[in-house]
Ligand binder design. Structure first.
Ligand code: GLP
Length: 251
C-alpha cells in the first residue's frame, strides 16, 4: 500500500485524478470503477476540466459503479446514478451504453445478476474509492464476513445518519442498498483511494496502521491489495502512524 501525504484535499483530488487519467492515457478503452459521495467530487471536476482542455480522451472508456440506494430512481437527485450524470457522465459525453450502475428501482435479483455478470467478466483497470465513517467501502457495512459479489446490504443507522446531510430528513434515506462486494473491489488492477476530514480518522487508522484485516472495518482488506494508493492530506495523516509496510510519499 502506498500513502501519498498531500498539503490539502484539493491536491489529493488532483493527484488522484491524474492517476486515473494516466491509466486511460495508457489504455484508452479502460474500465473505470467509480464512486460517489462528497469526497470524489473534486476528482470528477479535475477530470472534466482535463477533458475540456484536451488533456485526456474518455471516449473509449467504460465505467462501473460501486453502489446504489434501493428505492431511489435514476431521476431522484439523491440517487448515485443522478450524481454520476451530474458530476461526470454528462460533462464528459459518456454514453449510457458504456455505464454500469445498479438500478435502485429495478427487480433486485435481476439487477444483482446483471451487475455480477458484467463484473465477473470484465476487470476494472482502476477503481476510485473512498471510505465511510465506519470504515465501509462501497456500501460494505461492518459485518462478520466479507462479500465477494454485488449483494444487498442493510445500511447502519450511522451511515444513514451521516448520509442524511444530503437528504431533507433522515426518514428519506433508504434503509438498504446494492453494493459491489469487497471481492469485486479487490479484483481491480489498481485502486486510487481518497479520504479527507477528521471524521474519517478512525477508519483511516484501521486501514493504514498495524492491525488486523477485519470485516468489522471492511476497508482494512485493502491492506492485501497489490496496487492501492491512498491520497490523504497532512491534517489527517499527521494523526496516523502507518504500518512499516506502507510506502510513504510526501508531496
Ligand atoms: C457513501 C458511499 C461510499 C462513500 C461514503 C463516504 O456511503 N457508499 O462509497 O465512500 O459515502 O462519503 P463521503 O465522501 O460523502 O464522506
Amino acid at each position: 500500500m502506498k500513502l501519498v501525504i498531500t498539503k490539502n484535499y484539493a491536491q489529493s483530488a488532483k493527484l488522484c485524478s491524474e492517476m486515473i487519467m494516466d491509466v486511460v492515457r495508457e489504455k484508452r478503452d479502460s474500465l473505470l470503477g467509480l464512486a460517489t459521495g462528497s469526497t470524489p467530487i473534486q476528482v470528477y471536476d479535475y477530470m472534466v476540466k482535463a477533458v475540456k482542455e484536451g488533456n485526456v480522451d474518455f471516449s473509449g472508456i467504460s465505467t462501473i459503479n460501486l453502489d446504489e440506494y434501493i428505492g431511489l430512481s435514476n431521476s431522484n437527485h439523491n440517487s448515485y446514478f443522478y450524481f454520476m450524470k451530474k458530476f461526470f457522465f454528462d460533462k464528459c459525453g459518456i454514453k449510457q451504453g458504456k455505464v454500469m450502475i445498479p438500478n435502485g428501482t429495478a427487480d433486485v435479483n435481476m439487477e444483482l445478476e446483471r451487475m455480477n455478470n458484467y463484473a465477473n467478466s470484465h476487470q476494472i483497470d482502476v477503481q476510485l474509492l473512498s471510505v465511510g465513517v465506519n470504515g465501509h467501502i462501497g456500501f460494505n457495512e461492518p459485518s462478520d464476513r466479507f462479500y465477494d459479489q454485488y449483494h444487498i446490504v442493510n445500511l447502519t443507522e450511522q451511515t444513514r445518519k451521516s448520509n442524511s446531510r444530503l437528504f431533507t430528513s433522515i426518514e428519506e434515506v433508504p434503509r438498504s442498498a446494492i453494493t459491489m462486494g469487497v471481492g469485486g473491489i479487490m479484483r481491480a488492477k489498481k485502486i486510487a483511494f481518497l479520504a479527507t476530514g477528521e471524521e474519517k480518522l478512525n477508519a483511516m487508522k484501521a486501514i493504514l496502521e498495524k492491525g488486523d484485516v477485519t470485516p468489522e472495518k471492511q476497508g482494512t482488506i485493502l491492506k492485501f491489495h497489490p496496487d492501492c494508493t491512498v491520497f490523504l492530506d497532512y491534517a489527517v495523516a499527521e494523526k496516523i502512524t502507518p504500518a512499516d509496510y506502507v510506502e510513504i510519499h510526501r508531496v
